[in-house]
Design a protein around this ligand. Structure first.
Ligand SMILES: [Zn+2]
Length: 465
C-alpha cells in the first residue's frame, strides 16, 4: 500500500532532495486455535480445521443500484473431522448455503458465518461450499486504518481489501497463511467494464443486455490481495518482455499516459534485480475511489485518482515482496513495506535521483528523541501498521543497514533468494534473519534487534570489509 498524502510527497525525488537540503524528516479463535495462533493484530480473522484451495466468485453487479447478486463456491480440504466450520464474512444477506450440494444450516455472528453441514466432513476430504448472497456491500471505515473493503463508486465499485476487507464482499478464510487460486465471473450491464486479478479466461459472453467476463488468478493469493474493479474504464493491453500487461483508467480522471509504460518499465527493471516475476500477467488500474492510497492487488495494483512513477515502482515491487512472499501475520508488515520502499530508493539512484546512501543518511540524521523512532518497526501495533516513518522508511533503512553490514554481493543475493525460496509462501522476520545469516555467515541477531525490535534510534551499522 502507499498513501497519496504523505507517501507520494515524500517519495518524489524532488521532495527527497528537499529533505537532503536539511528539512526535518518530521516528523478469538474457536477451539483448536492452538494449531495455528490467530493474527496478533486481527485475532478475529482466519479459521481452523480446513485449507481453502480455490475460490470461484460469481458476481452479478449493477452499478446504477450498486446491487450485488453473488454466489461464492469455495473448494477446501478438511484438516480434521468437521461437524461445523466458520468463514469470515460481513457482506450482504445470505440466502442459501450448500455443502457438497446439500443444504447446510448457517448462522451469522459478527464477522463470522458458521456453517453446519447435513453430514460431518471427514478428515482429509475435499469439500465444496456454495454461499449465495444478495445486497449492497459496504466498506469498512476504520478510525486508524481508513476506508477499505468493497467501495462503491459513482460508476461501479472497486474492492481494496488490505488488511481484512475481503469479508465485506465474499466469504473466505481470511488468514494470510491460507492462500488459494481464484476465478472471478463478473456479470454487469453490457458496456460496463469489469476487471480483476490475473488473466481473462475466454471472450466476454453477452445475453439479454448483460455481459459476463471471467478472470483467473492461477497462482496462490491471499484474500487481502483479491480485487475486482467495475465501471467505465479505458483498457490498454500489450505484451512486454513476454508478459501480458493490462492497464485501465477511469476516463473521468486522467492517467497522463503514464501507467501502462511505467508498469512495463518497473516490471522489467525489477525482474533484473529480484529474479523471475511471480505471476502470469501484470498491469494496473486507476479509478476514482476516494480512499487516498494505492494498493498492490495481486498482478494488477489499483491506484486512486492517478499515479506517478515511484508509486508504480513501489506497487510492482510488492508483487515479489508482499504478494508472492507474504508475511504470516500483519505484525511483520515491514517485510512488505520496507522492501517496496527500498525498491523506490534503488530505482531513484538508478534514474538520476539521490543515492540510496544519501536518502538513508538524511533520515538517519533525525534526532534520537524524535517520534520518528518511537515505534518498533518489527511490531508497530495494529493501529500503526501503515505508519510511514516506522514501517516504510525505517523498514527500508533496516534493509540498508543489513546491506551495509553484509555487503552488496550478499545483500542482492539475499533479495533474490528470499523471493525464490519463499515464492507463493508465507514468512516471518525470523525467516529473513536465518536466510541472511546463512548467506553472509554472520551473526545478525543484534542488528535485527536494534533495527526492528527496539523503539529507539539504532546505532549505525558496521560496514562489511
Ligand atoms: Zn506498499
Amino acid at each position: 500500500m502507499m498513501r497519496r498524502t504523505r507517501a507520494t510527497a515524500a517519495a518524489s525525488a524532488a521532495a527527497v532532495l528537499l529533505l537532503l537540503a536539511g528539512a526535518p524528516a518530521g516528523a478469538a479463535a474457536p477451539a483448536g486455535a492452538a494449531l495455528t495462533p490467530p493474527d496478533p493484530y486481527f485475532p478475529l480473522g482466519g479459521n481452523q480445521g480446513y485449507d481453502v484451495r480455490h475460490y470461484d466468485l460469481d458476481l452479478d453487479f449493477t452499478p446504477a443500484s450498486h446491487l450485488l447478486d453473488a454466489r461464492a463456491t469455495i473448494t477446501a480440504s478438511a484438516d480434521r473431522p468437521l461437524a461445523s466450520f466458520r468463514l469470515d464474512y460481513s457482506g450482504p444477506a445470505v440466502q442459501e448455503v450448500l455443502v457438497d450440494g446439500r443444504a447446510a444450516a448457517y448462522r451469522r455472528d459478527g464477522q463470522k458465518l458458521t456453517v453446519t453441514p447435513a453430514r460431518p466432513i471427514r478428515p482429509g476430504a475435499v469439500f465444496g461450499v456454495v454461499v449465495r448472497y444478495r445486497g449492497t456491500p459496504e466498506r469498512i471505515s476504520d478510525p486508524a486504518l481508513g476506508d477499505y473493503g468493497w467501495i462503491n463508486t459513482p460508476d461501479g465499485a472497486v474492492a481494496l481489501n488490505e488488511p481484512d476487507g475481503a469479508r465485506t464482499w465474499y466469504p473466505l478464510n481470511d488468514d494470510l497463511r491460507d492462500k488459494a487460486t481464484y476465478t472471478f465471473r463478473i456479470t454487469t450491464p453490457t458496456g460496463v467494464t469489469a476487471l480483476a486479478n490475473g488473466e481473462p479466461a475466454g471472450p466476454p459472453q453477452t445475453r439479454d443486455g448483460r455481459t459476463t467476463v471471467t478472470w483467473q488468478m492461477r497462482k496462490p493469493m491471499a484474500g487481502y490481495l483479491s480485487m475486482v474493479a467495475i465501471g467505465d474504464f479505458r483498457v490498454t493491453r500489450s505484451t512486454d518482455g513476454g508478459l501480458p500487461n493490462i492497464t485501465a483508467y477511469d476516463p473521468t480522471g486522467s492517467d497522463d499516459g503514464l501507467l501502462h509504460p511505467a508498469t512495463a518499465q518497473a516490471v522489467a527493471w525489477e525482474r533484473k534485480r529480484f529474479g523471475a516475476y511471480p505471476f502470469d500477467s501484470t498491469g494496473g488500474i486507476i479509478d476514482q475511489v476516494g480512499v487516498g492510497y494505492a494498493l498492490e492487488t495481486q498482478s494488477r495494483p489499483v491506484y486512486d485518482g492517478g499515479t506517478d512513477e515511484l508509486t508504480v515502482v513501489h506497487e510492482i515491487a510488492h508483487q515479489w515482496y508482499g504478494d508472492s512472499v507474504t508475511p504470516s501475520t500483519w505484525r511483520d508488515i515491514w517485510l512488505n513495506e520496507g522492501f517496496a520502499t527500498y525498491t523506490e530508493w534503488l530505482w531513484q539512484e538508478d534514474h538520476g535521483g539521490p543515492t540510496v546512501q544519501q536518502v538513508f543518511d538524511t533520515y538517519y540524521e533525525t534526532p534520537a528523541g524524535d517520534p520518528f523512532w518511537n515505534l518498533e518497526t518489527g511490531d508497530p501495533g495494529r493501529d500503526e501498521m501503515f505508519n510511514y516513518d516506522a514501517v516504510y522508511i525505517r523498514g527500508a533503512m533496516t534493509l540498508h543497514a543489513l546491506r551495509t553490514t553484509i555487503g552488496d554481493r550478499d545483500f542482492f543475493d539475499l533479495l533474490r533468494t528470499w523471493a525464490r525460496t519463499h515464492r507463493y509462501g508465507t514468512v516471518d522476520t525470523g525467516d529473513l534473519l536465518r536466510l541472511a545469516e546463512k548467506i553472509s555467515h554472520r551473526d545478525l541477531g543484534p542488528l535485527f534487534d536494534a533495527w526492528l525490535h527496539t523503539a529507539a534510534k539504532p546505532p549505525l551499522p558496521t560496514p562489511a570489509r
